[in-house]
Design a protein around this ligand. Structure first.
Ligand code: 218
Length: 193
Protein backbone atom coordinates (compact mmCIF):
# COMPACT_ATOMS: atom_id res chain seq x y z
CA UNK A 1 0.00 0.00 0.00
CA UNK A 2 2.79 2.39 0.90
CA UNK A 3 4.40 1.74 -2.47
CA UNK A 4 1.16 2.47 -4.27
CA UNK A 5 0.70 5.75 -2.40
CA UNK A 6 4.28 6.74 -3.23
CA UNK A 7 3.96 6.05 -6.91
CA UNK A 8 0.67 7.94 -7.03
CA UNK A 9 2.36 10.89 -5.33
CA UNK A 10 5.22 10.92 -7.80
CA UNK A 11 2.76 10.65 -10.68
CA UNK A 12 0.98 13.74 -9.36
CA UNK A 13 4.30 15.62 -9.04
CA UNK A 14 5.23 14.59 -12.58
CA UNK A 15 1.83 15.55 -14.01
CA UNK A 16 1.95 18.95 -12.33
CA UNK A 17 5.45 19.40 -13.76
CA UNK A 18 4.19 18.64 -17.26
CA UNK A 19 1.32 21.11 -16.90
CA UNK A 20 3.59 23.84 -15.49
CA UNK A 21 6.15 23.30 -18.25
CA UNK A 22 3.46 23.48 -20.95
CA UNK A 23 2.09 26.67 -19.34
CA UNK A 24 5.56 28.25 -19.12
CA UNK A 25 6.19 27.39 -22.77
CA UNK A 26 2.80 28.72 -23.90
CA UNK A 27 3.34 31.99 -22.02
CA UNK A 28 6.45 32.69 -24.09
CA UNK A 29 4.16 33.29 -27.08
CA UNK A 30 2.47 36.18 -25.23
CA UNK A 31 4.17 39.50 -26.09
CA UNK A 32 6.86 40.10 -23.48
CA UNK A 33 9.03 42.99 -24.58
CA UNK A 34 9.73 45.57 -21.84
CA UNK A 35 10.30 48.23 -24.48
CA UNK A 36 13.94 48.52 -23.41
CA UNK A 37 16.26 46.93 -25.99
CA UNK A 38 16.11 43.10 -25.74
CA UNK A 39 15.26 43.13 -22.05
CA UNK A 40 12.31 40.74 -21.76
CA UNK A 41 9.73 39.53 -19.30
CA UNK A 42 9.69 35.75 -18.97
CA UNK A 43 6.20 35.04 -17.62
CA UNK A 44 6.92 31.31 -17.33
CA UNK A 45 9.24 32.08 -14.42
CA UNK A 46 6.15 32.66 -12.26
CA UNK A 47 4.59 29.17 -12.58
CA UNK A 48 8.10 27.66 -12.40
CA UNK A 49 8.79 29.48 -9.11
CA UNK A 50 5.52 28.25 -7.67
CA UNK A 51 6.18 24.69 -8.83
CA UNK A 52 9.75 24.59 -7.44
CA UNK A 53 8.58 25.94 -4.09
CA UNK A 54 5.66 23.49 -4.07
CA UNK A 55 7.54 20.34 -5.08
CA UNK A 56 11.17 21.02 -4.20
CA UNK A 57 14.59 21.04 -5.81
CA UNK A 58 14.63 17.94 -8.00
CA UNK A 59 11.20 18.39 -9.63
CA UNK A 60 12.03 22.09 -10.07
CA UNK A 61 15.31 21.34 -11.84
CA UNK A 62 13.68 18.70 -14.03
CA UNK A 63 10.78 20.95 -15.06
CA UNK A 64 13.20 23.80 -15.81
CA UNK A 65 15.35 21.49 -17.91
CA UNK A 66 12.39 20.29 -19.99
CA UNK A 67 11.16 23.88 -20.39
CA UNK A 68 14.66 24.82 -21.63
CA UNK A 69 14.76 21.97 -24.14
CA UNK A 70 11.29 22.88 -25.43
CA UNK A 71 12.21 26.55 -25.68
CA UNK A 72 15.41 25.67 -27.52
CA UNK A 73 13.65 23.56 -30.14
CA UNK A 74 10.50 25.67 -30.51
CA UNK A 75 12.03 29.16 -30.34
CA UNK A 76 15.82 29.06 -29.88
CA UNK A 77 16.64 27.45 -33.20
CA UNK A 78 15.04 30.53 -34.80
CA UNK A 79 17.98 32.72 -33.76
CA UNK A 80 18.82 32.21 -30.09
CA UNK A 81 21.14 29.25 -30.67
CA UNK A 82 24.52 30.31 -32.09
CA UNK A 83 26.45 27.05 -31.51
CA UNK A 84 25.98 23.80 -29.55
CA UNK A 85 27.81 24.85 -26.36
CA UNK A 86 26.09 28.25 -26.18
CA UNK A 87 22.77 26.57 -26.95
CA UNK A 88 23.26 24.08 -24.15
CA UNK A 89 24.25 26.78 -21.63
CA UNK A 90 21.46 29.22 -22.51
CA UNK A 91 18.61 26.74 -22.84
CA UNK A 92 18.63 23.42 -20.91
CA UNK A 93 21.17 24.69 -18.37
CA UNK A 94 19.98 28.28 -17.87
CA UNK A 95 16.31 27.26 -17.72
CA UNK A 96 17.17 24.24 -15.59
CA UNK A 97 18.88 26.24 -12.84
CA UNK A 98 15.64 28.16 -12.31
CA UNK A 99 14.71 25.02 -10.36
CA UNK A 100 17.23 26.05 -7.68
CA UNK A 101 14.27 28.03 -6.30
CA UNK A 102 13.25 24.64 -4.93
CA UNK A 103 16.05 24.97 -2.36
CA UNK A 104 13.57 27.18 -0.47
CA UNK A 105 10.68 24.74 -0.64
CA UNK A 106 10.85 23.46 2.94
CA UNK A 107 11.45 26.87 4.51
CA UNK A 108 8.76 28.65 2.50
CA UNK A 109 6.15 25.96 3.20
CA UNK A 110 7.02 25.96 6.90
CA UNK A 111 6.62 29.75 7.05
CA UNK A 112 3.24 29.59 5.32
CA UNK A 113 2.06 26.73 7.55
CA UNK A 114 3.12 28.85 10.55
CA UNK A 115 0.65 31.47 9.34
CA UNK A 116 3.22 33.86 7.86
CA UNK A 117 3.04 35.39 4.37
CA UNK A 118 6.27 33.72 3.24
CA UNK A 119 6.75 36.76 1.00
CA UNK A 120 10.35 37.52 1.95
CA UNK A 121 11.41 33.89 1.50
CA UNK A 122 9.51 33.51 -1.78
CA UNK A 123 11.28 36.58 -3.15
CA UNK A 124 14.67 35.50 -1.77
CA UNK A 125 14.61 31.98 -3.24
CA UNK A 126 13.13 33.17 -6.53
CA UNK A 127 16.02 35.64 -6.73
CA UNK A 128 18.48 32.74 -6.38
CA UNK A 129 16.93 30.90 -9.35
CA UNK A 130 16.54 34.03 -11.48
CA UNK A 131 20.10 35.13 -10.66
CA UNK A 132 21.51 31.72 -11.65
CA UNK A 133 19.65 31.90 -14.99
CA UNK A 134 20.71 35.44 -15.86
CA UNK A 135 24.27 34.89 -14.66
CA UNK A 136 24.58 32.15 -17.30
CA UNK A 137 23.03 34.46 -19.93
CA UNK A 138 25.47 37.19 -18.83
CA UNK A 139 28.47 34.89 -19.32
CA UNK A 140 27.13 33.63 -22.67
CA UNK A 141 26.34 37.22 -23.68
CA UNK A 142 29.89 38.41 -22.98
CA UNK A 143 31.40 35.54 -24.94
CA UNK A 144 28.94 35.04 -27.82
CA UNK A 145 26.64 38.05 -28.23
CA UNK A 146 29.24 40.86 -28.38
CA UNK A 147 28.63 41.50 -32.07
CA UNK A 148 25.09 42.63 -31.20
CA UNK A 149 26.43 45.37 -28.91
CA UNK A 150 26.27 48.98 -30.10
CA UNK A 151 29.50 49.98 -31.82
CA UNK A 152 32.40 50.61 -29.42
CA UNK A 153 30.46 49.21 -26.45
CA UNK A 154 32.32 46.56 -24.44
CA UNK A 155 30.54 43.17 -24.90
CA UNK A 156 30.58 42.50 -21.15
CA UNK A 157 29.02 45.84 -20.33
CA UNK A 158 26.42 45.22 -23.04
CA UNK A 159 25.72 41.75 -21.65
CA UNK A 160 25.45 43.13 -18.12
CA UNK A 161 22.95 45.77 -19.23
CA UNK A 162 20.77 43.33 -21.21
CA UNK A 163 20.88 40.35 -18.88
CA UNK A 164 21.09 42.35 -15.64
CA UNK A 165 18.14 44.36 -16.98
CA UNK A 166 16.18 41.18 -17.69
CA UNK A 167 16.95 39.88 -14.20
CA UNK A 168 15.69 43.11 -12.63
CA UNK A 169 12.59 43.24 -14.87
CA UNK A 170 11.64 39.68 -13.94
CA UNK A 171 12.32 40.24 -10.24
CA UNK A 172 10.00 43.25 -10.34
CA UNK A 173 7.35 41.14 -12.09
CA UNK A 174 7.67 38.43 -9.43
CA UNK A 175 7.66 40.85 -6.48
CA UNK A 176 4.58 42.70 -7.74
CA UNK A 177 2.68 39.45 -8.36
CA UNK A 178 3.81 37.85 -5.09
CA UNK A 179 2.56 40.89 -3.18
CA UNK A 180 -0.73 41.30 -5.08
CA UNK A 181 -1.48 37.58 -5.22
CA UNK A 182 0.03 36.52 -1.91
CA UNK A 183 -3.04 34.55 -0.84
CA UNK A 184 -3.15 32.68 -4.16
CA UNK A 185 0.61 32.05 -4.13
CA UNK A 186 0.33 30.56 -0.66
CA UNK A 187 -2.47 28.23 -1.71
CA UNK A 188 -0.55 27.15 -4.80
CA UNK A 189 2.71 26.51 -2.90
CA UNK A 190 1.18 24.24 -0.24
CA UNK A 191 0.23 20.90 -1.83
CA UNK A 192 -2.90 19.14 -0.65
CA UNK A 193 -1.57 15.63 -1.07
C1 218 B 1 23.60 40.33 -24.62
C2 218 B 1 22.88 39.06 -24.87
N1 218 B 1 21.97 39.01 -25.84
C3 218 B 1 21.27 37.87 -26.05
C4 218 B 1 21.54 36.76 -25.28
C5 218 B 1 20.79 35.48 -25.50
N2 218 B 1 19.78 35.15 -24.50
C6 218 B 1 19.52 36.00 -23.45
C7 218 B 1 18.54 35.71 -22.52
C8 218 B 1 17.78 34.54 -22.63
C9 218 B 1 18.04 33.67 -23.68
C10 218 B 1 17.24 32.41 -23.79
C11 218 B 1 16.00 32.58 -24.58
O1 218 B 1 15.05 33.35 -23.92
C12 218 B 1 19.03 33.98 -24.64
C13 218 B 1 19.33 33.06 -25.78
C14 218 B 1 22.52 36.86 -24.28
N3 218 B 1 22.84 35.82 -23.46
N4 218 B 1 23.17 38.02 -24.09
Amino acid sequence: MIDKANSQDSLIVLTEGAIITALAMGLSYVPHSTGVSSVEFVYGLIPMSIYALRRGLKPGLMAGLVWGLLDMFLRGLGGGVLNPLQGFVEYPLAFGVVGLIGLGSVRVQRAIRDGKSGLGLIIFYSAIGFLAKYFLHFIAGGIYWGSYAPKSMNPWIYSLVINGGSFIANMIMLIVLAILLNRIFKQLIIPRN
